[in-house]
Design a protein around this ligand. Structure first.
Ligand SMILES: Cc1cc2nc3c(=O)[nH]c(=O)nc-3n(C[C@H](O)[C@H](O)[C@H](O)COP(=O)(O)OP(=O)(O)OC[C@H]3O[C@@H](n4cnc5c(N)ncnc54)[C@H](O)[C@@H]3O)c2cc1C
Length: 397
């Protein structure tokens, strides 16, 4: 997320960062986030691979298997829809999901900045618990976030605002900060502690959702969707690399590409792209325990070791990336009192799909019956709740 705090105007605009039938309760098997390829289990009886709760089984094509598409597919298939996910690049590292920082929670946003977006993030947080109950442990890299702003007063104001909005954010003084994060060389005098926020590995999370969807009957197919097909005012299907595929419903969950596909049937979706940068560092400072948002930087431990940082795309474009990498490395070294910057493992720029007014697109597109869009920012936080709402809306119609 390229974030800025409310006090700095706008907090973390994420650098980075409509119903389902209740699940039958016999939802998909618990999924091992570390080994999503192991699914569906060989010994799972076919009858358990689909939990059908709808009489008419709508045939749904979901375009894209990023975190949004994977969530929609999982919610739809566990509620009984016949789902096919079409993904053009299953292993692409440049998608938003594969390059995401993975901060989940409302700690880095401010209620006064946008109350409804703030409230939506709090609601979204609750969804992760039910996913974990259904699919097993989430690929969580860190629990709890420490945030501090340039001055104590700003940090105190952030905590006060959060508490007034009903969150469990707390003030922590230097000794408490040092206890939580012993690696910090010079802890601030005051920090905000967001105990409910966490960071997960977004690509692993999307794979976990997709593996759950497959167990519930979703079919995943590789290919590029060229156009959406309609008959009159109704969805007929899609064309995948020249081949027609019929469907009752098409969900455009392919990020910014949703705009291009909607245009093929004359609908103009208000989506644009915004770049952000993800940096990975190898470091001996593997003792970082929590999310940190401070000094213009978001930092967290990576699940397999090392550190992950998110930053805004440099104003001078591509040529500014080496400077950004050096500055981030120096900031990490300063934070942990290291004598040299940690080794940069990778620096990746990815485009975040954004909507014009910042509100999620989650529901029917224009007057075209059976055409849905699922595009939002910050997508990792919102995917579980929006995927559920999108599925509910489809299955109600
Ligand atoms: C550096 C960075 C940090 C971020 N940090 C956070 C954060 O901390 N918290 C947070 O919530 N969000 C964060 N975000 C935003 C978040 O990652 C995105 O909102 C989210 O991943 C979007 O998911 P998506 O599924 O909509 O899009 P994508 O992940 O881009 O998935 C779309 C998929 O559709 C496929 N596709 C496209 N066109 C077609 C086609 N025609 N046919 C078939 N397949 C197609 C693509 O290959 C892709 O796999 C961050 C993003 C970045 C880049």
């Amino acid at each position: 997320m390229a974030r800025r705090h409310a006090a700095q105007k706008g907090v973390r605009q994420c650098a980075t960062h409509a119903g389902v039938h209740a699940s039958s309760g016999r939802s998909a098997q618990r999924i091992d986030a570390q080994n999503p390829l192991a699914f569906p289990p060989q010994n799972m009886p076919p009858s358990r691979q689909h939990s059908r709760t709808v009489k008419h089984r709508p045939k749904v094509i979901v375009v894209g298997s990023g975190v949004m598409g994977a969530s929609a597919a999982w919610h739809l298939s566990k509620a009984g829809a016949a789902v096919t996910v079409i993904e053009r690049a299953p292993d692409a590292l440049i998608t938003a999901t594969a390059s995401s920082f993975g901060w989940v929670g409302a700690g880095a946003s401010t209620p006064s900045d946008d109350l409804s977006a703030f409230t939506e993030r709090l609601t979204a947080l609750e969804e992760f618990g039910s996913i974990e109950r259904d699919l097993g442990p989430l690929p969580i890299a860190a629990r709890g976030a420490l945030l501090w702003l340039p001055t104590e007063n700003e940090t105190a104001a952030l905590v006060a605002e959060h508490r007034a909005a009903g969150t469990r954010m707390q003030r922590l003084a230097r000794p408490q900060i040092a206890e939580k994060e012993p690696m910090l060389a010079d802890p601030p005098s005051l920090a905000a502690w967001a105990p409910d926020d966490f960071a997960l590995e977004p690509a692993a999370f999307a794979r976990q959702l997709l593996a759950g969807a497959k167990v519930a009957g979703t079919c995943v197919r590789q290919g590029t969707v060229d156009t959406v097909e309609i008959a009159g005012n109704r969805i007929a299907g899609v064309v995948v690399e020249g081949q027609k595929l019929a469907a009752d419903t098409v969900v455009l969950a392919n990020g910014h590409g949703s705009r291009k596909l909607a245009l093929t049937v004359g609908a103009d979706l208000p989506i644009h792209e915004s770049p952000a940068v993800l940096l990975r560092f190898a470091t001996e400072a593997d003792g970082l325990r929590h999310l940190i948002c401070a000094q213009e930087m978001e930092l967290r431990p990576a699940l397999g070791g090392g550190l992950v940082a998110a930053a805004d795309y440099p104003e001078d474009g591509e040529s500014g990336l080496p400077i950004l990498a050096a500055r981030t490395g120096d900031a990490i070294a300063h934070l942990f009192g290291m004598w040299a910057a940690p080794d940069l493992l990778s620096i990746r720029v990815a485009q975040r799909p954004m909507t014009a007014d910042g509100r999620p697109l989650c529901g029917g597109v224009g007057e075209i019956e059976g055409l849905y869009a699922l595009v939002a920012h910050p997508g990792v936080i919102l995917a579980p709740v929006l995927g559920r709402r999108c599925a509910e809306s489809i299955l109600r119609s």
